[in-house]
Design a protein around this ligand. Structure first.
Ligand SMILES: NC(=O)c1ccc[n+]([C@@H]2O[C@H](COP(=O)([O-])OP(=O)(O)OC[C@H]3O[C@@H](n4cnc5c(N)ncnc54)[C@H](OP(=O)(O)O)[C@@H]3O)[C@@H](O)[C@H]2O)c1
Length: 346
């Protein structure tokens, strides 16, 4: 970790110019965030350094999670940023997530308390249920690995988690609560039973995986979609890659627009996401990359025709399939995603 004092860069973007999304709670969230999952390739120290670098150039939204194993290091970055006096806590938007092994009674509160302690904060802007299953797997396991105690989605169990999320909001420890890796049938049940509705839903969204139906459902229900893997996660762990996966940043339409704009194809994916209305959270530890990602939110828009062209390249290619969360042998990953509109039974 560098000992350099935090300072605002003079070649960054004015955060006041970055678009914002208004949530159903009235809170305003920057329309782009920095991802912090190192994909087993980047160290926690590198990511903590990138958090400082990204805030220095104008990022105000950071997407964290306890399972990424780096919140204690990112917390040190937040402390340096806030101790500098140059940025106030309320100017930052900090998200964290409860991991699958902390769904039990009281555990969600403990998980939040641990994230707050590690991140050196006294509240989170957004706290998400990372996956709607309590299924746990050891770090770095192969996709064929199964948790012997794994369960399918059980709504009553999920609601016990959600009640704890609601409690955290009532206690003021988190300002907003939300979901991740959901489906329409699961979301329908939650919206029926929630006292406090989710403000955001974090979901996989990139040009080759646009989830048009779920995206519309989320937006129509006043929930802000946060898009993970916005660039198609080219650096995701090898264990998450399969032969039929397609590559967004090699798509001819993306390449053509990148050429016109004179930017990397990754930047087109980020720019498209913001224009479409989701909040992308691109990951990068490289300054030139995160600077060009945020710059794309304030530069001239992609044309209507180009937006239409990108709409046409959806390949329904889910990259984060979640195989390790399956609960039986001989199941296919599609069972996690309720493809026929019904929650897959036990
Ligand atoms: N809720 C969930 O379950 C969930 C699941 C997955 C991810 N997430 C969140 O979403 C974040 C983003 O997803 P991700 O990290 O998987 O993938 P991603 O953001 O789609 O892709 C990240 C990779 O794209 C490249 N990149 C980024 N900006 C670039 C630019 N301007 N030019 C060229 N290349 C660029 C970088 O590769 P190089 O380093 O090679 O340059 C980087 O490692 C995660 O970090 C995490 O916070 C959440």
């Amino acid at each position: 970790m560098s000992v350099e004092k935090f300072s605002i860069a003079n070649d960054g973007i004015d955060p006041a110019k970055v678009p914002q999304k208004t949530l159903n709670t009235g809170d305003k969230m920057p329309a782009i965030g920095l991802g912090t999952f190192g994909s087993d390739r980047f160290s926690g120290e590198q990511i903590a350094e990138a958090v400082k670098g990204a805030v220095a150039i104008g990022f105000r939204h950071i997407d964290c999670a306890s399972v990424y194993g780096n919140e204690h290091l990112i917390g040190q970055s937040f402390k340096e940023i806030l101790d500098s006096g140059l940025i106030k806590r309320e100017e930052l938007w900090i998200t964290s997530k409860v991991w699958n092994d902390m769904h039990g009674e009281g555990d969600v509160l403990l998980s939040c308390a641990k994230s707050l302690k590690d991140l050196k904060l006294d509240y989170l802007d957004l706290f998400l249920v990372h996956w709607p299953f309590p299924n746990f797997h050891a770090k770095g396991v192969d996709v064929s690995s199964r948790d012997p105690n794994a369960k399918p989605y059980i709504h009553e169990e999920y609601m016990k988690v959600w009640r704890q999320m609601e409690k955290l909001k009532e206690m003021g420890l988190v300002r907003n609560i939300g979901t991740s890796n959901m489906t329409i049938p699961k979301m329908k049940l939650l919206l029926k039973d929630a006292k406090i509705k989710p403000a955001c839903n974090e979901m996989e969204l990139h040009p080759h995986f646009q989830q048009p139906e779920f995206f519309k459902y989320v937006v129509d229900n006043g929930i802000v979609p946060i898009g993970f893997c916005p660039i198609g996660s080219p650096t995701r762990p090898d264990r998450d890659k399969i032969e039929t996966d397609t590559v967004d940043i090699q798509d001819p339409v993306i390449l053509k627009i990148a050429k016109r704009l004179n930017v990397h194809p990754a930047v087109v994916c980020v720019k498209w996401a913001v224009q479409r209305g989701q909040v992308p959270i691109p990951f990068s530890i490289h300054r030139n990359e995160y600077l060009s990602n945020i710059t794309s939110t304030i530069s001239d828009p992609i044309t209507k025709e180009e937006m239409k062209e990108i709409e046409g390249i959806d390949k329904n290619c889910r990259l984060i399939k979640g195989q390790v969360f399956l609960w039986k042998d001989n199941q296919s990953w599609e069972d996690l995603w309720d493809l026929n509109g019904q929650i897959t039974p036990a």
